[in-house]
Design a protein. Sequence first.
Length: 183
Amino acid sequence: MKKLLTITLGAFFVNIAAAHNIQLNTSLPTVSVIEDGELVASDNNITYRPWQSTSLIGKVRVVHHLAGRSSVKAKNEALFEAIKASNFDRTRYQTTTIINADDAIIATGAFVKNSAEDGKLANAHSQVILDQNSTVKKAWQLKEKESFIAVLDKNGKVQFVSEGKLSSEQIQTVINNVKALLK
């Protein structure tokens, strides 16, 4: 019994130490990304501008922060297929993807940047931010080499939050949350 309690408490404290600092019904911690920042598509070209998390107000959003690794991107691909299939009203909904290029495999920085730019051109209605310095990961206390998902209401308040690969039930929860928030 004592051994089980020790293991349970040990696992509890490890999870606390690695946990993000995002709380339900609050705004995401304020952060700015200066280098490179938000990708802006115009005439099949990409430019960059500084981005601030305070700009997340005004639309219902799914915010996806991910390490700049294809294996991490693949973890929640099913969620983004479900979002595309839901065909949410783009005037009231937006996906925001924050790519942590600082958390990429060594020597793949140019590939990560090109992939982000290609993704923005293919999905001009989505918001894409390239973070070269782990600024967001640090501010939100996110895990390395991981995927983070948050659903925000139009006031920027967190309605769902999770790190890691979402289960099919969690994916459905995200979709249902977005639908309810758009009503």
